[in-house]
Design a protein around this ligand. Structure first.
Ligand code: 13P
Length: 250
């Protein structure tokens, strides 16, 4: 069966002490331990947070890593480095990376290769902007992102990936996709995976929803058959909101 996952992308927020307080408050709360929780702090705190989560069911991710294995790439983090500090997950192709850092599908595919070669789990993000949805081009955009980012992978490799659908118009705006819009796109993504990899493989891939997901709407979103959890931004910065979202599977 597919894993239910709630991941918190802290983005570029929290000083050191605030980050430690947040992870401690989450770990001290009562959450459904059948759900895989993942904290994705700024990478400068990742090593310390890996130490904090030992003995819990929380996994740790970082928000980005390089498409290169090693070398003269000032400011970058390699997959091997990330792996060596005990991180398990890495976001790939978040819309903010696509928009502000001009990350294209072809580069994202290489990042995924580096991660898989280092036994890390990519969380591959896809999503359309508002104009694309209004022009009714959103399915084409997602198809293209999924095909160019993932379809070079073998079945086994794909099964080590998580997909996150984050409509860009819903990120940080307070406007969430409706439950029906989320299910429609998640079902579409799964059908692309079925077409390429078959039903058995596609049914093992967790597809997370992201975009203004909060305690008040998580239950309805997660009740959909193709929504396997959430990638949470703003609400993950508050321990009680994050834990309430993690407890929203019925
Ligand atoms: P918000 O939950 O703040 O809309 O952000 C979603 C997101 O981008 C998670 O990666």
């Amino acid at each position: 069966m597919r894993r239910q996952i709630v991941a918190g992308n802290w983005k570029m927020n929290k000083t050191h002490d605030e980050a430690i307080e947040l992870i401690e408050n989450i770990l001290n709360a009562t959450y459904d331990d059948s759900v895989q929780l993942i904290a994705i702090p700024p990478s400068v705190y990742a090593s310390e947070i890996v130490g904090k989560v030992v003995g819990s069911k929380m996994g740790v991710g970082v928000q980005n890593s390089s498409q290169h294995a090693a070398g003269a790439y000032t400011g970058e983090l390699s997959s091997a480095m990330v792996k060596s500090i005990g991180v398990e997950y890495v976001l790939v192709g978040h819309s903010e990376r696509r928009e502000y850092f001009n990350e294209q599908n072809s580069v994202l595919a290489k990042k995924i290769d580096q991660l898989l070669a280092n036994d890390l789990t990519p969380i591959y993000c896809c999503g359309e902007v508002l104009e694309e949805r209004e022009a009714e081009n959103h399915f084409n955009i997602i198809k293209n992102q999924i095909e160019e980012g993932l379809f070079h992978l073998t079945e086994d490799q794909l099964q080590n990936c998580i997909v996150a659908y984050e409509p860009v118009w819903a990120i940080g705006t307070g406007v969430t996709a409706s439950s029906d819009q989320a299910q429609e796109m998640h079902h579409f993504i799964r059908s692309l995976l079925i077409e390429k990899y078959g039903l058995d493989v596609a049914n093992t891939i967790s597809i997370l929803y992201g975009g203004s997901c909060k305690p008040s709407n998580a239950k309805e979103l997660f009740a959909n058959p193709d929504v396997d959890g959430g990638l949470i931004g703003g609400a993950s910065l508050n321990a009680s909101d994050f834990v309430a979202i993690a407890n929203s599977f019925s």
